[in-house]
Write a protein that binds this ligand. Structure first.
Ligand code: 4AD
Ligand code: MG
Length: 458
């Protein structure tokens, strides 16, 4: 069987090959590239995908085929491959949709361990002038073509790792008795300060896109004990750094009867679990990204835990400038995170640089019971969390001091009126965590369609 004209009539850019596709489906199994295994060696299968690349050396022609689950080299040999398919080689343009059938071969040198000896192929869709070529493209060009760029090797690897990270997070909390608790995206009040809110016109009322699900997670913790919110969050941050997105995903556990020490421990378990999951499942993807795995293998508990004041001493030692009493910015975070070869947790920041809901340290009330986790290799903050103020009067006092309007938070204050207990939680930023694990130079490549200060298309 081949690509005889009778079977394949060009209709627009689609090759009319439905009959042939059906025939093949009856003859050989369709296998996904990441499902190839030793039992299939020597068997005839078909792979449905797209032409990612090709090259020819005389009597042998190589196709790199991608099917979404991986990339494989499909080899066409004169005499073995059907003559029609062999001749089609020159017509096969990049990103044309093709179905290749042939025998699975083991090949140690191949990235996935297998290659396909092509017997025949169907051209399903002939692509003309695919805009992303073999040459190096600038980042702006690639981001403009993000919808197509996603098909390429590095985005493929990063998205697969993102999948693993999300799955690991859910497994982690689900297996520890946490209830998944969905916080609203449209919110009437701020969580992390009013300067970074996206305003929404809600039938004439002012609403905001959620900056954090935390306040709702607190209601969830007092209702169900242990919950986690996992969803998109929004910050209108006029920051153009490699760590900032306007829309990013955050997972936020919140636990009743938990103290700062409890979440300092839990956050370490979580991060160790995430990194270990990626090392278990994504070595191939890490290799595509040329990510040195040694630093990741070191991510084992216990992580260093230091107080803000100690962090200042480290900055002094390193000669990094800071304003005493201020929050850390990128230079300070980068310096401290480079100082350790594991994630480091910094606790007890000054009260006035942190959010209104954090509980002051009873021993030193100018500092709060909070924690930030900084990723190693200069990646900076990936987690922010705290023990929450559980006392009604103290919380109200703090809100008044900070000129926070009380009315929209009445429900939140209610939580301190009815069965209030100490409780704590934190938020882990998904994209920053993935940027670190994949050693990406910017968070924009860790989410399918990034929203940045000056970019919101496609
Ligand atoms: O430190 P943040 O602002 O903490 C909170 O929102 C708390 N309410 C969380 C809680 O206690 N439930 O944000 C938490 C994390 C940061 O450590 C960072 O990883 C990520 O969210 N993050 C961002 N990621 C990408 N782009 C941005 N603009 C981000 N802002 C915060
Ligand atoms: Mg923070």
């Amino acid at each position: 069987m081949g690509l005889e004209g009778a079977e394949l009539n060009l209709r627009g850019k689609f090759w009319e090959s439905e009959e042939l596709i059906k025939k093949w489906d009856n003859e050989v199994p369709w296998v996904r590239i990441d499902e190839l295994n030793d039992d299939l060696v020597g068997k005839e299968i078909q792979i449905k995908g797209w032409l990612f690349n090709k090259r020819s050396s005389g009597k042998i022609r190589f196709l790199i085929v991608r099917d979404g689950s991986g990339f494989i080299q499909a080899v066409m040999r004169e005499g073995y491959t059907s003559p029609e398919a062999f001749q089609r080689y020159s017509e096969l343009s990049l990103e044309s949709a093709i179905i290749v059938r042939g025998e699975v071969r083991k090949d140690q040198r191949a990235p996935g361990g297998y290659e396909l000896s092509v017997k025949d192929l169907i051209l399903v869709f002939k692509t003309e002038n695919y805009p992303i070529g073999k040459k190096e493209h600038g980042i702006d060009f690639l981001l403009d073509h993000r919808h197509l760029w996603l098909r390429h090797r590095k985005p493929f690897a990063v998205m697969r790792i993102r999948h693993t990270v999300v799955k690991a997070i859910r497994e982690f909390f689900d297996s520890r008795g946490f209830l998944l608790f969905d916080a609203p995206i449209l919110t009437p009040s701020a969580c992390e300060g009013t300067t970074t809110l996206f305003k929404i016109d809600y039938f004439g009322d002012e609403m905001f896109l959620s900056q954090s699900g935390q306040l709702y997670a607190e209601a969830g913790a007092l209702a169900y004990g242990k919950v986690y919110v996992f969803g998109p969050t929004f910050r209108a941050e006029r920051s153009k750094t490699r760590r900032h997105l306007m829309e990013f995903w955050m997972v936020e556990p919140e636990i009743a009867y938990a103290t700062l020490e409890d979440i300092v421990e839990l956050s370490q378990e979580l991060v160790e679990y995430i990194v270990q999951s990626v090392l278990d499942k994504n070595l191939r993807e890490l290799e595509i990204l040329q990510r040195d795995v040694k630093p990741l293998e070191k991510v084992k508990r216990p992580f260093p835990v230091i107080k803000y004041k100690e962090a200042l001493r480290i900055l002094d030692k390193l000669g990094v400038e800071y304003v005493p009493g201020d929050d850390f910015g990128t230079p300070q975070e980068t310096a401290i995170s480079n100082y350790f070869d594991k994630p480091v947790i910094i606790t007890h920041y000054p009260k006035n640089v942190k959010a209104f809901y954090m509980k002051p340290d009873p021993e030193e009330p100018e500092y709060v019971l909070c924690m930030d986790m900084l990723a190693p290799e200069g990646y900076g903050e990936i987690i922010g969390g705290s023990q929450r103020e559980e006392d009604y009067e103290k919380l109200l006092q703090r809100m008044l001091e900070e000129n926070i309007p009380i009315e929209p938070y009445q429900w939140y204050l209610d939580l301190r009126k009815y069965g209030s207990v100490p409780h704590s939680g934190f938020g882990l930023g998904l994209e920053r965590t993935i940027a670190w694990i994949t050693k990406s130079d910017h968070v924009r490549v860790t989410i399918p369609f990034p929203r940045m200060l000056y970019r919101y298309k496609p």
